[in-house]
Ligand binder design. Structure first.
Ligand SMILES: [Zn+2]
Length: 402
């Protein structure tokens, strides 16, 4: 919903920067933002001129605005999506990237009803399948070649190139049946024509995670990289682990994409211990993953911290790293004249227990706790999502927790 924006200049006091190239991490500063939403100054002890809205950061951290590279927010156009407001600024996330909820047949609705009115910046990977995730998994989007229309994909991209940042392919047999890796090859061809990256979801083989990696180029993205699914976990097959390691070192991006079924503490912990970091941390939030087990971006970041990913790497994985995928600047984000877009958060002591997609539980001794999102001169109060208890839901293949 578009709301009237208050256009008053802003002064954010006493915040500790992290994730910026031009200021020292952890040294408290103030940030002055003009009514036009652009940064005027960022330095210790700025004068408090009249007429400014003052936000006291109370020593909290300030980072570039968090970016979630994998969410599903085509609410109303797909059965699985949530609203941008449920995973956006109020959760500390200023940019949301929808991972293939819309295909070429319904991207215009996604643009008109979701992208354009939203407060958050929204970008999208266009689903290779024409229908996108209309009736997610009940009516899969990639059953055979009739589900892909190359000409219409090229036209859709041309009409929406300011919003579309890549092509999304879900490569697992739940979606593609026995079609194997062919849709990934077709997606790669289209991504090459359009000169955009491809994001591939790996899961139940076929296609094999290994085959997918062989097709990807530097700049492409594997989402659900640390999943714990049989036949798709990098832990159960040393050849696959080494292949993932090599591809990551060559520039293929490993993205978390937590989701309902695709993040394992054990896999993440073992990979990070061996030095294999995820490139980006994303939630794969949708209607079937939010209450159990994902909750929100802050909790997903806390999970990676709990398995050994360093604090500054976690911040990079939700700021500069995903920014580079979607063509946003990653430098000088605290410099005068640039648009203000920040997340203000605390890192609090905690003993919260959180669950991964395999049902394994880990204790979070530190928790990312968002306080504000700043978008231009607008300050939005933020907090972690408070999940409702999971419900056992009956569906066509049995029961699952939602
Ligand atoms: Zn997804």
């Amino acid at each position: 919903m578009v709301q009237a924006r208050t256009a008053e200049p802003l002064l954010i006091r006493n915040v500790k920067p992290v994730g910026f190239d031009t200021v020292q991490t952890g040294t408290p500063i103030d940030v002055a933002i003009g009514a036009d939403g652009n940064i005027e100054a960022a330095a210790p002890g700025l004068p408090q001129a009249g007429g400014r809205t003052v936000v006291d950061g109370q020593g909290a951290w300030i980072s570039p605005g968090w970016i979630d590279l994998h969410v599903h927010i085509w609410h109303g156009g797909t059965d699985i999506s949530i609203r941008p407001s449920e995973c956006g600024a109020e959760r500390g996330v200023t940019t949301l990237v929808d991972a293939g909820s819309a295909g070429e047949a319904n991207f215009h609705g996604f643009r008109e009803y979701i992208i354009e009115p939203s407060r958050e910046r929204i970008k999208a990977f266009l689903n290779l399948g024409s229908i996108g995730l209309v009736a997610c998994n009940r009516v899969p989007e990639l059953r055979d070649i009739k589900d892909i229309d190359l000409d219409r994909i090229l036209d859709c991209y041309e009409a929406n190139k300011e919003h579309i940042v890549g092509i999304k392919v879900r490569a697992s047999h739940v979606i593609t049946g026995s079609w194997g890796v062919t849709p990934v090859k077709l997606g790669k061809k289209i991504a090459k024509i359009l000169k955009v990256p491809m994001m591939v979801h790996v899961g139940e083989p076929p296609a094999l995670y290994d085959e997918v990696l062989e097709i990807l180029d530097p700049g492409d993205i594997v989402t659900h990289c640390f999943n714990g699914k049989a036949g798709s976990s990098i832990l159960e097959d040393e050849d696959l682990f080494q292949l993932a390691e090599r591809c990551a070192s060559e520039g293929v991006r490993l993205d978390i994409g937590h989701g309902g079924a695709s993040f394992s503490f054990k896999v993440a912990e073992a990979a990070i211990q061996r030095g294999l970091m995820p490139f980006s941390i994303s939630t794969d939030l949708h209607g079937h993953s939010m209450n159990h087990p994902v909750w929100d971006m802050a909790t997903t970041m806390s999970k990676l911290l709990s398995v050994g990913m360093p604090f500054t790497e976690v911040i990079r994985a939700v700021t500069a790293a995903p920014a580079s995928v979607i063509g946003l600047p990653g430098e000088n984000l605290l410099s005068a004249g640039n648009r203000a877009e920040f997340t203000i958060f605390n890192l609090i002591d905690s003993d919260l227990e959180a669950t991964d997609s395999n049902g394994d539980v880990a204790r979070m001794s530190k928790l990312f706790d968002p306080v504000y999102a700043v978008i231009g001169s607008e300050v939005i109060k933020a907090s972690r999502y408070q999940p409702r208890p999971p419900k056992l839901v009956r569906h066509s293949h049995g029961y699952s927790w939602r």
